[in-house]
Every structure is written in C-alpha cells, then in structure tokens.
Ligand binder design. Structure first.
Ligand code: ZN
Ligand code: ZN
Length: 282
C-alpha cells in the first residue's frame, strides 16, 4: 500500500480513505468512520446485551402487560429505538479527528493552517494576521504540538492513543461504543447514555408490574422456572441500571460544568478568552 508521502508524488490519485493514517476504520468508501479494530469484541458485546436483553424482555413481559399497561410497553419500545440509533450514531459519526500534517499536505489543504502545521512561527503569524503578540501568546499557550500527527492541536483537543489521532474537544475513548467521544459525536453519546438510563428504569418498572401479576396467579399456574427467570432478569437489569445511572449522572454534571471527562479527571478547565476561538461541545 502506498504511503501518504508517496501520495503527493504519484500521478495516479488514490482515495484518502485507503491511506488514512491512524487506527480508525473507514467504511462505505470513506463515508463512515469508527474506532479501532481492538474495540470490536467489547463493542459487539454491547449490541448483544442491548438487543438480547430487550428482546427477552419484549417476548416475555410485553404480551402479558399489553392489555393493562399499553403506554408503558410503547414507551419502552420507543426508548429502545432511540437508544439503539444513538449508539449507532455515536459509533459511526466521525468524532472530530484533526487530520495529520501528511493528510493536509497530501490534499493540498495546508494553506489555511500555516500556524497549526508549523509553517509559520507565532511571530510571523501574528504579523500576518495583525493580531497583538499578547493575544497570540495567550493562544499559543493553549496549543500543543503533537509529535505523532505533527500539528499544533487547538485547545481541548487531545491525541487518542487507541485511535492514534488527535480529536477536537476530546472527552474520552469508549471501547463499549467503539469510538472516540469528541466534539462531533458527544451529543449522540449523551443521548445514548440518557435514553439507556430511561430505558432501564422503564424496563425495571414493567418487570415489577409483571412480577406483581405473577404473584397474583395461583401456585399451580406459576412455574418455578418462570419466577426464577423473572427475578434473574430483574437482578441483571438492576445492576446494569445502577452503573449506567451513575455514568449518566456524571455526564450530566460535566454538561453543567462545561468540562470534558478528560478535563474533569485531570482537574483542569479550559479558560475562554476574547481572543481564543471558542470550541463548542455539541
Ligand atoms: Zn495527534
Ligand atoms: Zn479514540
């Protein structure tokens, strides 16, 4: 496979997705980007758990509850669909990867980014743009050089070791959704976590109603295996529910404080200034 360096010299053009550096996988001829191959099995387990547990719940509980609680059943179906599509979007929306210097050079897009690519010093850039040295010094302090991507990455961006790329407003790398969580897919990740929490609460509620109806049956009608299955499912879903609810609360707190997970864990915060470009999370 030709490298990105040869890309600029060969006369025959090669599509960028075939040469994309880093560990991200590009699918559908480069139209969809997701995380590295290393996340595959953990990621498949999440789909298996989500679809498997909900299908088991749907088959066992919904037919029993449909006559007495149709709205609760419909809400659970709706929440499942929103959760599932939020997961798909989180995984397959490009999280905000900043192309490496080689990509900028290969695609002839380096001209608008002379400072980020090290083509202009801070002083030269300050002179060309007419900005004061103090403002650019303030900006420079928040730019960090990435020795892998060979770019000066903007504030709040970070190099993801799993994907091997710099990501804008890097939150964290999530192997469960199989992608980085960054500027462009954070809203889908938040939607996934919030709707999954709501789904788990709804399912536990439906289970509790189902168990109550089960207890009203005669001993002869109620089989031991039916009771054991119901309580087992409730236990598994409750344990997952506690973990997911804690995660949901953590991300809602982050949203209120305007911090990313990385900033929270490192106990740092991004200081906006009038002359520093603001980067919104969503
Ligand atoms: Zn990097
Ligand atoms: Zn990543």
């Amino acid at each position: 496979m030709p490298s990105l360096n040869t890309f600029v010299t060969v006369t025959k053009y090669v599509r960028l997705h075939r040469l994309w550096p880093g560990k991200n996988r590009l699918c559908l001829f480069g139209k969809v980007m997701t995380g590295p191959m290393a996340d595959l099995w953990v990621n498949i387990s999440v789909y298996f758990l989500l679809i498997g547990l909900y299908t088991a719940f749907y088959v066992q509980v919904v037919p029993e509850l449909w006559s007495s609680r149709p709205v609760a059943c419909l809400v659970s179906v709706m929440l499942f669909l929103v959760t599932f599509f939020s997961l798909l979007l989180t995984q397959f929306v490009e999280p905000g990867i900043i192309p490496r210097k080689a990509v900028f050079l290969s695609t002839m897009q380096h001209v608008p980014f002379p400072f980020n690519l090290g083509d202009l010093s801070l002083e030269e850039f300050s002179r060309e743009t007419g900005e004061g040295a103090a403002e650019w010094e303030n900006m420079r302090q928040q730019f960090v050089f990435c020795s892998t991507c060979l770019i000066y990455r903007p504030p709040r961006a970070s190099h993801c070791r799993d994907c091997d790329n710099c990501v804008q407003v890097f939150d964290h790398h999530c192997p469960f959704v199989g992608n980085c969580i960054g500027q462009r897919n954070y809203k889908y990740f938040l939607s996934f976590v919030v709707t999954l929490t709501a789904l788990l609460v709804q399912v536990v509620y439906c289970f509790s109603v189902f168990t109550a109806t089960l207890n009203q049956k005669d001993e002869t009608e109620r089989s031991e295996s039916e009771s054991a299955w119901t309580y087992g499912m409730m236990l598994v879903i409750s344990v997952i529910g506690v973990i997911v609810t804690a995660l949901c609360g953590f991300h809602l707190c982050l949203l209120l404080t305007g911090k990313t997970t990385r900033e929270r864990l490192k106990n740092t915060s991004y200081q906006h200034s009038l002359d520093t470009p603001r980067v919104d999370r969503c």
